[in-house]
Design a protein around this ligand. Structure first.
Ligand SMILES: C[S@@+](CC[C@H](N)C(=O)[O-])C[C@H]1O[C@@H](n2cnc3c(N)ncnc32)[C@H](O)[C@@H]1O
Length: 278
């Protein structure tokens, strides 16, 4: 999708955008809200802007989560969700998904808010979540009406399945299944056919070694109609810049600013990017 930013015809072409120097568009992919476009080849400028504007180092981290607690309680979609965590696993090298991270709470509540404001429609949409961890984002997405595939590394699936079963009981508008997916590996048929409407991820850009595999999986999962939403934690500028630099080659990337997030779940240490394949 090189020629338009909004697939509904409301956006601007890349050339037109550059000529007018307008960086904000109304809608990108399936998202109907305002998006600040990150220009191609300006990954370094984006990082300077973000760190300059948000000054993440001055804000507290983990304000919406309690990583030392065995459960995180959070209200969403008219329910009280209870997400099991495994705090003791945090000490295991390489294990990060056994507890919740702020960006997961921010993304889940953003989606709830965006559906309420009619900026996002999830009913009957196919959604794949990458690096689901404890599963909050996927659970909220299913409660909002989507058919969700929550994915993670093979040894992360037990806790994820427990949280799906514990929270998606009774009358759920959508559906959820849990599946193994290691970034960079070939995709199973059911992830491919049909390709998802949305691909979601929270705090999945944190390891330089995984950036290229993550991008390969994003590219595999994206059709011309697919919208990617990634919430990231502003902790390592070099890794985020590396990701953006590579992502901007294949994707139009936009930033959803905090005014459009859930008013009670905003953080200067988090960013939400939206991407569609060029
Ligand atoms: C920091 S955690 C974030 C978990 C959850 N999304 C959240 O926001 O709370 C990163 C997640 O990505 C998963 N992950 C890391 N590398 C991966 C890979 N190569 N393939 C698939 N998943 C991976 C981890 O297992 C973990 O669940």
């Amino acid at each position: 999708m090189l020629s338009e930013y909004s697939k509904d015809g409301g956006g601007k072409g890349e050339e037109e955008l550059e000529e007018s120097e307008m960086l904000e568009v109304e809608g990108l992919g399936l998202y109907k809200g305002k998006v600040r476009i990150v220009r191609s080849e300006e990954a370094a400028e984006e990082i300077m802007l973000l760190w300059g504007l948000q000054q993440p180092i001055l804000s507290k981290h983990n304000v919406f989560v309690h990583q030392s607690s065995p459960q995180l309680h959070i209200d969403a979609c008219g329910r009280s969700l209870s997400i099991l965590q495994s705090p003791s696993s945090l000490g295991t090298p390489g294990v990060t998904g056994a507890v919740m991270w702020d960006s997961g709470v921010v993304l889940g509540k953003f989606l709830e808010h965006a559906v309420e404001c009619r900026k996002v429609l999830l009913q009957e949409k196919k959604v794949v979540e990458l690096g689901s961890g404890c599963g909050l984002v996927g659970c909220i997405t299913a409660l909002l009406g989507a058919d969700v595939v929550l994915t993670d590394l093979p040894d992360r699936l037990r806790l994820l399945k427990k949280n799906v079963v514990a929270n998606l009981y009774g009358d759920v508008r959508g559906s959820a299944i849990v599946k193994e997916l290691t970034w960079g590996d070939d995709l199973d048929q059911d992830l491919h056919y049909p390709l998802p409407d949305y691909v979601l991820g929270s705090d999945v850009i944190y390891s330089e070694q995984a950036v290229m595999d993550l991008l390969a999986t994003l590219l595999d999962l994206c059709g011309t109609h697919t919208t990617v939403m990634l919430a990231g934690e502003l902790r390592n500028d070099a890794i985020l810049e590396y990701f953006l630099e590579a992502a901007l080659k294949d994707f139009i990337v936009g930033c959803i600013n905090q005014e459009q997030w859930h008013p009670d779940y905003r953080s200067q240490r988090v960013v939400i990017y939206i991407m569609v394949k060029k």
